[in-house]
Design a protein around this ligand. Structure first.
Ligand code: ADP
Ligand code: ADP
Length: 229
């Protein structure tokens, strides 16, 4: 079943820049997907429309079965918070909050009772047990991105969106983050849509969708055998 399903999505900035031009694509539950393409091809716009961070001009966006393409604020934010987790290139952590409070923040913002046992488990999985009281400023870039990943997973979202998650990291640290994303899919059943311009990064995904000038120009599924349960 599809967790995100876009149909004929178009988005134009200003009067001329057609960032997305009739894009239709669905991402399956439990899969790791990459969206690739050159700078300006519409990758971020696709992610923003799929995640409810932005509204398309036309077309449909279903997020976990809910049509969000036409939602306005504050309903859009509510749907996004309930269903999606985010990992960004620049981590986007709250500098004034501890690791622990950063990880629980999305659940607190959406008014659900934080699942602390699960948050602890997720922090252990990303290798940050014992760092709960640290502030982001005390952590390396790779550790900050691990916090961001823990935050994204802690609310058990239906989907995790990752926008150039290794873009600010050196190669080996980036590989560690990609391995953790891969584990989230394989071990926790997470669904990930990751935007990247880097083919090696995209190679970690099960499926790579290529964009050029706001259109899908290729869609390569890696025939990964059924994952062991
Ligand atoms: P990518 O993520 O592949 O680099 P984007 O989705 O950011 O591409 O951009 C697609 C096109 O839309 C580009 O031509 C970009 O300049 C334009 N664009 C993106 N966001 C905005 C915006 N907020 N205002 C105006 N133009 C934008
Ligand atoms: P509240 O929901 O009122 O913010 P919490 O019970 O979540 O309170 O936590 C209070 C403080 O205790 C937090 O700011 C956090 O620093 C710390 N804390 C709570 N649980 C843990 C934990 N499992 N590991 C580390 N620190 C924790």
């Amino acid at each position: 079943t599809a967790v995100v399903d876009l149909t004929g999505v178009t988005k134009t900035y200003g009067s001329t820049t057609r960032a997305l031009d009739g894009v239709s694509v669905a991402f399956a539950a439990g899969s790791f997907n990459a969206v690739m393409g050159p700078s300006g091809s519409g990758k971020s716009t696709l992610l923003h429309c799929a995640a409810g961070l932005d509204r398309p001009d036309s077309g449909q966006v279903r997020l976990a079965g809910e049509e969000i393409g036409g939602l306005r604020e504050p309903k859009l934010t509510r749907a996004r918070r309930r269903r999606a987790g985010f990992v960004f290139q620049s981590y986007n952590l709250m500098d004034s909050l501890s690791v622990w409070d950063n990880v629980l923040l999305p659940q607190r913002l959406s008014g659900v009772r934080p699942d602390r046992a699960w948050a602890r488990d997720v922090l252990r999985r990303v290798g940050l047990s014992g760092r709960e009281h640290d502030r982001p400023a005390q952590l390396s870039g790779g550790q900050r991105q691990r916090v961001a990943l823990a935050r994204a997973l802690a609310a058990r979202p239906e989907i995790v969106f990752a926008d150039e998650p290794t873009g600010a990291l050196d190669l080996s640290t980036g590989r560690e983050i990609l391995a953790l994303l891969r584990e989230a899919v394989d071990d926790l059943g997470a669904t990930i849509v990751m935007v990247t311009h880097d083919p090696v990064t995209a190679g970690w995904a099960d499926r790579v969708v290529f964009l050029a000038d706001g259109r899908i120009v290729a869609d390569l599924a890696d025939p990964t055998p059924e994952k062991a349960a």
